[in-house]
Design a protein around this ligand. Structure first.
Ligand SMILES: *Cc1c(COP(=O)(O)O)cnc(C)c1O
Length: 441
């Protein structure tokens, strides 16, 4: 029987792993973990070791691995129709999913355009927004605004609306850069200030840019409430209300990239709900299929849709992906929505989050912890350390304690699947502190 080492060595020869300096795998600085199977919150290797998947396999998994209800839905679909072209053809799962997603926005975003990954959904929103203005005889409105520290994917188009230094340095020459506006990062609050004050200040910065550039700007793109890859930066919903009002005043679309924040992650089904607003575009992926299959969607309004509706092909939206609206992925998404409805997930998460927050207090109060923060089912804390390899040290120490956590720089964060029981949660909280102490030692 093949062992961990066999798979590891073969993988290192043949697989170029994402977001990875491959040399670190070879040197052992970053251990590669071969996974044989997953069950619930746990991943198992080929030798019986287990790891608690505390970041939902890169923010995608909501209801655990090998979830019986999602498995059953995919199996059922497999015997009916695995895939069909979505240009000129349609099928039940994509129709039902579109109807249900639209209903979840109370019909405000009634038109669903599909792709297979988050970045593509963002690109769809960007293209649609700019094409909308073109259809409105305002083709000069084709620039974008994004927040400092934002992340919207890693294709060339989405890197252009991102603000992660590492990528800008390597791929900057290939990008068409958006204008960055201040992030409402609540950590910027000075003594006596609240997150709402920071939101107002950031909105003033947005307005200053809009005053000058609105005539050439198509849209502002934001990660509502939590900027993920930028370091789990959290901010007050007030910013979204202010940004919505400014976008309306200056005739600029608001794109909500909820690829990470959507599906209950921030405490409501969609993050923008907490601000009582609706975006013009809503991008979803990751949790959409509960992390089962690649699927993404950009939802938009009847107004946007109507501007493309015409006899001329050039006024239509010009975009397609081979696997657009894949039926198996749509069934996984429908099963995911069923679980939300049947299990009252958002309310259950709220109770869990309060308990887990208590369990994380030793970490919050650790002498090296700064800015411990939570929004819904996301926890993050910045670790004060001068260790340049803190991220790798923590990662290794966590794995050695059966927990899978993957810090962003010196920010340790938790994005657990929604099915953790209290014993698993307690184990996670306890071992995270032990891993931290070991990493800092
Ligand atoms: C992950 C992510 C993306 C990109 O999604 P991919 O499926 O990795 O292309 C875009 N925006 C946000 C906010 C994300 O977290």
């Amino acid at each position: 029987m093949a062992t961990n080492t066999d798979w590891l060595n073969r993988s290192l020869k043949a697989v170029w792993h994402p977001c990875t300096q491959m040399k670190w795998h070879d040197s052992g600085a970053l251990p590669l973990v071969p996974v044989a199977r997953g069950q619930g919150a746990w991943l198992y290797d080929f030798e019986g070791r287990r790891y608690l998947d505390a970041i939902g396999s890169w923010w995608v998994n909501l209801f655990g691995h090998a979830n019986p209800r999602i498995n059953a839905a995919i199996r059922d679909q497999l015997d009916r129709l695995e895939h069909v072209i979505l240009a000129g053809f349609t099928h039940a799962p994509v129709v039902e999913l579109s109807e249900r997603l639209s209903a979840l926005t109370s019909g405000a975003l009634g038109h669903c355009f599909y792709a297979s990954d988050g970045s593509s959904a963002v690109e769809i929103a960007l293209k649609m927004s700019s094409h909308y203005w073109r259809n409105q005889d305002q083709p000069e409105k084709n620039q974008f605004l994004c927040l400092t520290g934002s992340y919207h994917g890693e294709t060339l188009g989405t890197l252009g609306v991102g603000d992660v230094e590492l990528y800008k340095e390597a791929y900057g020459p290939l990008m068409r850069h958006a204008i960055t506006v201040p992030s409402p990062d609540a950590r910027q609050a000075a003594d006596g200030e609240t997150a709402v004050d920071v939101a107002h200040r950031a909105a003033a910065g947005l307005e200053a840019v809009l005053v000058e550039h609105h005539a050439s700007v198509a849209a502002l793109i934001v990660e509502p409430l939590v900027q993920g890859a930028g370091g789990m930066v959290m901010y007050d919903p007030e910013y979204l209300r202010l940004a919505r009002a400014l976008c309306d005043r200056y005739q600029v679309h608001l794109i909500a990239d909820e690829i990470m924040a959507g599906f209950g992650r921030t405490g409501t089904l969609f993050a923008h709900e907490q601000a009582g607003i609706r975006p013009d575009f809503l991008c979803l992926s990751k949790g959409l299929t509960s992390g089962y299959l690649p699927l993404s969607v950009a939802l938009t309004t009847g107004t946007v849709y109507a501007s493309f509706y015409d006899d001329a092909v050039t006024r239509g939206f010009l975009h397609s992906h081979s696997f657009t609206g894949n039926p198996l992925a749509c069934r996984a998404a429908l099963a995911t929505l069923d679980i939300f409805a049947e299990d009252n997930v958002v309310a259950r998460n709220q109770k869990f989050a309060e308990r887990f927050n208590q369990m994380l207090q030793p970490l919050a109060q650790h002498p090296r912890s700064q800015h411990f923060r939570r929004r819904g089912m996301i926890w993050a804390v910045d670790i004060a350390t001068g260790l340049s390899d803190f991220r790798l040290r923590f990662y290794r120490e966590a794995l050695a304690r059966e927990i899978f956590l993957r810090p962003l720089g010196t920010t340790v964060y938790f994005m657990p699947p929604y099915i953790l029981d209290d014993d698993e949660a307690a184990l996670l909280a306890e071992r995270a502190v032990a891993a931290l102490d070991a990493a800092l030692a």
